[in-house]
Every structure is written in structure tokens, then in C-alpha cells.
Design a protein around this ligand. Structure first.
Ligand code: PMM
Length: 278
């Protein structure tokens, strides 16, 4: 495994830092440099193993931003945080943004398109030797809800991820650099997300570390709905914590979350439970 991919001996907790005006649960909160840095410092104090810096919202229906805008949002934040010694990933589908982020000190690429959106992405990973998260994806945010059609969601996601792995390996990415992610909520309805969690073992069988991003997502809001009103993102934290514990018990390499402390507690409990000792 690449030395730059955190391996703390338990499930990794990746804290989310969205430097965007429009992400679904924290959009607009960390758009200014000082606010972004303060939030990252809080997540680091709480014990985040990795902080995921993103400059483009991927919520369903979101419009794209220009590459320069995305780069100018993430690079200054990454520079400052890397100088403070934090381990950072960059959440981007653009090779140029990933390259600029790595240059600024990011350690890991988190590509929600699994290398599909930009054919250069796998080459940036191959050349830099940076670990790369390949997430299952079928299309940009504007289109993804209509792309949620599957024969068997777990088999289809597994096969499509396997093809992304093949493309990365063909470009020269080493197997040790690769992390897979089933992409909960990305061209997935609630029943698809639950099937993927229920049968996580089938994704793990591909032989790569698996990252789970369920934090505050819509399917948790639907599960916890009061009649016809979905639970709002701010009320989905306990459910997110439950997912983190269950993901850890079920062998996930990491969880990507907005609130670090509860998920870190959860994965520590899960780890002690599985080991039968603290
Ligand atoms: N989800 C979001 C953004 N980036 N990256 C990975 N690897 N996995 C995810 O599930 C994922 C992601 C959704 O948006 P948010 O940043 O507002 O949570």
C-alpha cells in the first residue's frame, strides 16, 4: 500500500471540507479561506485521518463550475493545510485540478467519476503515484438521477468499478494506489444505496480498500422521514454515525463524513468490538 494512504489500523475517517457555495449539507459555510482553515483545524483536532477538500458541488442537479474557479477554491486551502502537516485528498473529476492540488501538497486524489469524466485523470495518478479513490459514477450531477437504472445494482456497480480499475491499471496506476467507492447517492436511489451497503462484501471482493460516503445523504433523510417529510440534513448525524460503525464492522477501509468526532468514536467502538479488546 502506498505510504501516503492512511492505514491507522482501524477504519479511516475522512473529514469533508467543501469549499463551495452550494453543497447539499454544508454549502457556503467554508467558502472563505479563514473559515475553511478553521473547519479543517477542528476536524484535525477531532482526529480526522484525512481531510477531503472539494471545490465543486456534486449534489444531484448541481451545475458545473469552471475549472479555474474550482482550482482557485481548493489550491490555497490545500497549500495552507499541507504546510500544517495535514493529510489531504482533493475531491475533483478534473485532471488539471488534481495535478494542481497534488502540487500544492494534497496526498490523495478522490475522483467521484472513477476516471471517467477526464481521461487524463488516471495519467495524473500514474505519474504522481498518488493514491486515487475511484468512485462508481454514471454522469455529472445534472443527469445522474435519470441514470439510476440497474439490472442488479450490486453486480452492475461491481462490474463498472472493475472496468475503471482496468483503465487505471492500463494507464500505469499501481494496484496499491487504488481505493474503490460504490458512490452512494450518485445515480442511485435509496433502494440501490441500501443494497450496496447490505452486499458490501461483493464490492470488497474486488480486492481493494473500500470507502463509504453516506454522510447526511438523502437516503438517510428518507429512511427517517416523518410521514411525507424527509428528515433534514442537520438531523441525519446519528444515522451517519450508525453507518460509520456498520461500515467499519463490515470491513470498509474508510468513511467520508461531515462530522468527524462521532464517526471516529463509532469506528473505534466497532474496532474494539471486532477485535474483542480495546
Ligand atoms: N459524496 C459526495 C462528494 N464526494 N466522494 C466520495 N469518494 N464518495 C462519496 O460518496 C462522495 C464524494 C457528496 O457530496 P458532499 O461532499 O456534499 O457530501
Amino acid at each position: 500500500m502506498s505510504s501516503r494512504l492512511p492505514r491507522p489500523g482501524r477504519c479511516v475517517v475522512m473529514g469533508v471540507l467543501n469549499v463551495t457555495p452550494d453543497s447539499f449539507s454544508d454549502g457556503g459555510r467554508y467558502l472563505h479561506l479563514d473559515e475553511a482553515l478553521a473547519h479543517a483545524a477542528t476536524m484535525a483536532e477531532e482526529g480526522a485521518d484525512l481531510i477531503d477538500v472539494g471545490g465543486e458541488s456534486t449534489r444531484p442537479g448541481a451545475e458545473r463550475v469552471a475549472a479555474e474557479v474550482e482550482r482557485d477554491r481548493v489550491v490555497p486551502v490545500i497549500k495552507e493545510l499541507a504546510a500544517d502537516g495535514l493529510v489531504l485528498s482533493v475531491d475533483t473529476t478534473r485532471a488539471a485540478v488534481a495535478a494542481a492540488a497534488l502540487e500544492a501538497g494534497a496526498a490523495v486524489i478522490n475522483d467521484v467519476s472513477g476516471g471517467l469524466a477526464d481521461p487524463e485523470m488516471v495519467h495524473v495518478a500514474a505519474d504522481s503515484k498518488a493514491p486515487i479513490v475511484l468512485m462508481h459514477w454514471r454522469g455529472h450531477s445534472r443527469d445522474m438521477d435519470r441514470l439510476a437504472t440497474y439490472d442488479d445494482v450490486v453486480t452492475d456497480v461491481r462490474n463498472e468499478l472493475s472496468r475503471r480499475v482496468d483503465a487505471a491499471l492500463a494507464a500505469g496506476v499501481a494496484p496499491e494506489q487504488i481505493v474503490l467507492d460504490p458512490g452512494l447517492g450518485f445515480a442511485k436511489r435509496a433502494e440501490h444505496n441500501w443494497a450496496l451497503l447490505h452486499r458490501l462484501a461483493e464490492i470488497r471482493e474486488l480486492g481493494f480498500p473500500v470507502l463509504i460516503g453516506a454522510s447526511r445523504k438523502r437516503f438517510l433523510g428518507s429512511l427517517l422521514a416523518d410521514g411525507d417529510s424527509p428528515r433534514q440534513p442537520s438531523g441525519r448525524e446519528d444515522a451517519t454515525t450508525a453507518i460509520s460503525a456498520l461500515a467499519a464492522v463490515n470491513g470498509a477501509w474508510g468513511v467520508r463524513v461531515h462530522s468527524v468526532r462521532p464517526s471516529l468514536d463509532a469506528v473505534r467502538v466497532a474496532d474494539a468490538w471486532v477485535r474483542g479488546e480495546p
